[in-house]
Design a protein around this ligand. Structure first.
Ligand code: GDP
Length: 299
């Protein structure tokens, strides 16, 4: 299911349920089945969807609800809470600490907004008094280093990279070493992604990432374009298999997509979404909160 349709389908299912004259078992089941279908078509894990359905039914026990109860509201609230639970993997991601060196590696497909997001992440922390630094280990995409350099210079953030060196691992290690010596507390490593929908390349990418993992970052952040829809689960899982993804950042939330693919990414990586990108500019970056996101998803 195309991402933007997910929220719409769930809202429609809730609306139809609300419009029914009497809310009985049949109406509730129809509503839940619609939601299940929408989530499955968005590649949300079957088990998660099934658990969600079971939980809602447990909470909304129609037989026990006295006539005076507002069943519509109780069902709506239960659906909202369960969607929130899906987006909350139950364990927070590793959180870097100011003043203590952390290495954070960014992974994601080419075009997902990874390089832009690296700078946004650095800039966000710099404004809060951190000492971030950027390392460009993306030797695959021509112009990646220039882009990072330009962004870093604009934000006055130290950067490291090379036009000549083709080994991303070497650059990453050198960059991390240098910034450790300079007492930077947040060393951000931008890695190379691969082009969308190219399975063979994605496999190669996984191999590269494994090599790169000798870096042992404190946190690997998976950057996902909010408009990729159906591909979100597979893509997130592919990265999770090659690297210990600890957190997700969803980009381009300012576009048409409502961002339902984040559900899949959280399910696939079992990692929380920590920030969202809401534009091309450095400060168009927000801390992610589950509840406002679900409200937006449901429109
Ligand atoms: P990379 O190949 O993954 O490093 O992707 P880039 O960082 O080069 O970003 C690809 C394009 O997406 C660029 O044109 C960025 O300006 C744009 N972009 C990145 N994040 C956002 C965002 O949150 N919103 C919008 N509208 N565009 C973004």
């Amino acid at each position: 299911m195309v991402l933007a349709q997910l929220g719409g389908s769930i809202s429609r299912a809730i609306q139809q349920m609300s419009n029914a004259t009497i809310i009985d078992e049949k109406v509730l089941n129809e509503c839940l089945n619609e939601i299940t279908r929408a989530l499955l078509q968005s590649d949300v894990q079957f088990k998660l969807v099934r658990d969600m359905q079971t939980n809602i039914k447990k909470i909304v026990n129609l037989d026990d609800l006295a006539a005076g109860h507002n069943k519509r509201k109780i069902i709506q609230q239960a659906i909202f809470n369960e969607l929130c639970k899906m987006l909350d993997p139950g364990k927070p991601s590793f959180t870097p600490k100011k003043g203590k060196t952390s290495v954070v590696m960014f992974v994601g497909l080419q075009g997902s907004g990874k390089t832009t997001t690296c700078t946004k992440y650095a800039y966000y922390h710099q404004k809060k008094g951190w000492k971030p630094a950027l390392v460009c280990a993306d030797t695959f995409r021509a112009g990646a280093f220039d882009q990072l350099k330009q962004n870093a210079t604009k934000a006055k953030i130290p950067f490291y990279g090379s036009y000549m060196e083709s080994d991303p691992v070497k650059i990453a290690v050198e960059g991390v070493e240098r910034f450790k010596k300079e007492n930077c507390d947040l060393i951000i490593v931008d890695t190379s992604g691969r082009h969308k929908q190219e399975a063979a390349l994605l496999k190669k990418c996984a191999k590269f990432l494994k090599q790169r993992y000798i870096l042992k970052p404190d946190l690997a952040i998976f950057v996902m374009d909010s408009s990729i829809g159906q591909a979100a689960f597979d893509q997130a899982q592919a990265f999770k298999q090659s690297v210990a993804v600890g957190a997700v950042i969803v980009t381009k939330m300012d576009g048409h997509a409502k961002g339902g693919g984040a559900l899949s990414a959280v399910a696939a990586t079992k990692s929380p979404v920590i920030f969202i990108g809401t534009g091309e500019h450095m400060d168009e970056f927000e801390v992610f909160d589950v509840k406002p996101f679900v409200s937006r998803l449901l429109g």
